[in-house]
Design a protein around this ligand. Structure first.
Ligand code: MEV
Length: 314
């Protein structure tokens, strides 16, 4: 019976989360933690890990199937993820992209740009039309990605939703060691993006914060390429403060950032916040990880920028 397997990485956003939804730049990188999805034509109804496909629990898979497999024979879908869910590390993007890639592979139509577009479409319907293509494009392309409102060097593709258009670029980044601290509190991207949306709609002050986050991302691109760790650390601390003003940090994330900073150039939350994870840039990963663990976080030392999506036919 026809089948395909695909694998996609998680991601961390180094700079620009939330601001990117409003057209400001963001820099995101792939992680070595990955999600694998296998699809096989089988049975008399769609199943996910042996259970009938449930629209709410399997929203990302359901939307990918509706987008790409409408009217097709029933599928047996198996998932295996090393990306912790609701942790700000791209678990839903990895699931959307891996499912999309497996379905495209099954139809002999897999290409990076197509996969990024279809996975974003699936994510948009699962998240009720909120958010940018940052996560899905980073997870598809891998390595490091700059999202901007204009086309520049390393251009990959552009993706539009309503009035907004995002230009995705490949960027080279040097090897950098980050420590991720998972707060083990679950954050929901959809809710955090909606919360910031209400704030931005209501006040010019929030729109100014968004623009300041954009300025930091723009400066950070050069700092990353020049490995200016001291200045990058300062930029991370500033970005965290601005994200806190937007209301997406939590006392636990603040606490983990403060603990990590004793052994790091800087630290900030990553992803949508409201729980989830923080990142610290450091030359002392063990000490930094121990400080995070001591405050009840789950630390993970990572090298940034692994490969993007891959797929094969079974
Ligand atoms: C979530 O990983 C990143 C956000 O900027 C939302 C988005 O860009 O879709 C918070």
């Amino acid at each position: 019976m026809a089948g395909a397997r695909a694998s996609a990485p998680g991601k961390v956003i180094l700079f620009g989360e939330h601001a990117v939804v409003y057209g400001e730049p963001a820099v995101a990188v792939a992680l070595s933690l990955r999600t694998e999805v296998t699809v096989r034509e089988a049975g008399d109804q769609h199943r996910v890990n042996g259970q009938p496909l449930a629209p709410y629990h399997h929203a990302y898979i359901k939307d990918a199937i509706e987008n790409l497999w409408k009217g097709g024979p029933p599928l047996d879908v198996r998932t295996d993820s090393r990306v912790p869910s609701a942790s700000g590390l791209g678990s839903s993007a990895a699931l959307s992209v891996a499912t999309t890639a497996a379905l495209l592979q099954l139809q002999g139509q897999l290409g990076e740009e197509r996969c990024a577009r279809e996975a974003y479409a699936a994510e948009v319907s699962a998240q009720r039309g909120r958010g940018s293509p940052t996560d899905t494009s980073t997870v598809t392309h891998g390595h490091a990605v700059l999202v901007d409102k204009e086309k520049g060097p390393g251009f990959l593709w552009d993706i539009q939703r309503g009035e907004r258009r995002w230009y995705l670029h490949h960027i080279d980044i040097p090897p950098l060691t980050l420590v991720i601290g998972n707060s083990l509190q679950r954050g929901r991207t959809m809710d955090e993006v909606a919360k910031v949306g209400r704030f931005v709609k209501k006040t010019g002050f929030a729109r100014e914060v968004i623009r300041d986050l954009g300025k930091i991302s723009r400066q950070a691109v050069e700092l990353i390429q020049d490995r200016e760790k001291l200045a990058l650390g300062v930029a991370m601390d500033e970005a965290h403060d601005l994200l806190t003003i937007l209301g997406v940090s939590t006392p636990k994330l603040d606490d983990l950032c403060n603990a990590a900073r004793q052994h790091a150039y800087g630290a900030k939350l990553t992803g949508s916040g409201g729980g989830g994870s923080m990142i610290a840039l450091t030359d002392e990963p063990e000490a930094c990880a121990a400080a995070i663990a001591k405050r009840g976080g789950h630390p993970l030392v990572v090298q940034l920028g692994g490969p993007g999506v891959s797929a094969s036919t079974l």
